[in-house]
Unconditional design. Structure first.
Ligand code: ADP
Ligand code: MG
Length: 341
């Protein structure tokens, strides 16, 4: 039918090389879009009375059925339909859509399957704007779907990905600067085997600590470690110290990548993990043991937990061939959509 259009939308997951728990403070991060992603294939119907969005996923039960005027995305079932509903809520598409979701991103492991789903759905439904606008829409969708006040880093990495490049992000200005990934860098993502509890509450706590610190010392991106002496509460100071030192590590890591100095980049990853463990308290014994073991493996430059923590994945930087575990990921281009015949 002339009014029906078949489309294929694809959005990559992402791995954050460094800059963890900095995005919601307007800090620095260095993620990259990866060659694992989520694909939505389906048909936009421009005619018809009811403009529902109907999706099935190969990796989740049930069907997401979302009406065009959905008002409470977080109340929908099955639970994964909330992400679809979040996108519909923000995009207000004027078409119907019937399609299928497939993914190669491990779900719930810190590689941002949720952002990949949101972006792929938004593009499939006809979103037409800049990478930044796409990321902002998907971030709002995730917030209304999950109730977690997440930052924009995941969505921006998936939207603005560049093949063979990591993305140096300033989450205050939202500037994104591609940094070439050295050819001799093998980036592995290894699941800890520990199911991540994205502890919405722990996330909220950390965010609140950072906000408290900001009211005392100003934006953490501009603060020095010495400035943090003005914070009396020990826990708040440690949380802020993680963010301040992590921002510095992002800059140093990007410089090391540009110089092709993988030994230095690896050492900075270890320092990041230590800070997440001791100052930010988002690691676990399982993640610590995995990072330890990887760091001692010949040919591994460094490793750290990636994602929010409390389980999930570790990212390791190694010589090609040194590691035979996890997903060997390459930096990939950002989300896109094509019309099918
Ligand atoms: P992460 O983004 O790190 O993978 P999240 O907890 O943020 O973990 O998001 C995982 C949730 O996103 C899943 O529980 C599910 O609701 C939804 N989701 C992601 N990808 C898919 C998919 N391909 N099919 C169905 N639901 C998905
Ligand atoms: Mg997610």
């Amino acid at each position: 039918m002339a009014s029906d259009v078949r489309v294929r939308a694809h959005a990559p997951g992402r791995v954050n090389l460094i800059g963890e728990h900095t995005d919601y403070t307007g800090g620095l991060a260095l993620p990259m879009a990866i060659d694992l992603g989520t694909t939505v294939i389906g048909t936009r119907s421009l005619s018809g009375a009811v403009h529902d969005v109907r999706l099935r996923s190969a990796d989740a039960d049930g069907e997401a059925v979302v009406g065009p005027t959905v008002s409470d995305p977080a109340g929908l079932n099955p639970a994964w339909a909330r992400y679809v509903a979040g996108v519909v809520h923000e995009l207000r598409p004027t078409i119907g859509f019937v399609g299928d979701v497939t993914t190669t991103v491990p779900i719930g492991s810190g590689l941002s399957s949720s952002a990949a789903l949101e972006l792929a759905v938004a593009l499939a439904l006809g979103f037409d704007g800049s990478a930044y606008e796409l990321a902002a829409l998907a971030q709002r969708a995730e917030q209304v779907a999950s109730g977690v006040p997440c930052g924009i880093m995941d969505q921006l990495a998936s939207a603005a990905g560049v093949a063979d490049h990591a993305l140096l992000m300033n989450l205050t200005t939202l500037a994104v600067e591609p940094v070439p990934v050295p050819e001799s860098a093998a980036i592995h993502v290894i699941h800890s085997g520990q199911h991540r509890q994205l502890a919405g509450s722990a996330y909220g706590d950390r965010r609140a600590s950072c906000e408290r610190a900001t009211t005392i010392v100003g934006p953490l991106l501009d603060a020095s470690v010495a400035d943090l002496d003005a914070i009396d509460d020990d826990e708040t100071r440690r949380r802020a110290r993680h963010v301040v030192t992590e921002n510095a590590r992002v800059r140093a890591f990007a410089a090391a990548f540009r110089a092709g100095d993988l030994a230095t980049a690896g050492a900075i990853m270890i320092a990041s993990h230590t800070s997440l463990r001791d100052d930010f308290d988002v690691s676990t014994a399982v993640l610590d043991a995995l990072v330890d073991r990887l760091a001692k493996t010949a040919g591994v430059h460094g490793a750290r937990l990636t994602g929010a923590g409390f389980g999930g994945c570790v990212v390791a930087l190694a010589e090609p061939g040194a590691l035979r575990e996890g997903w060997l990921v390459r930096a990939s281009a950002g989300a896109s959509v094509t019309t099918l015949e």
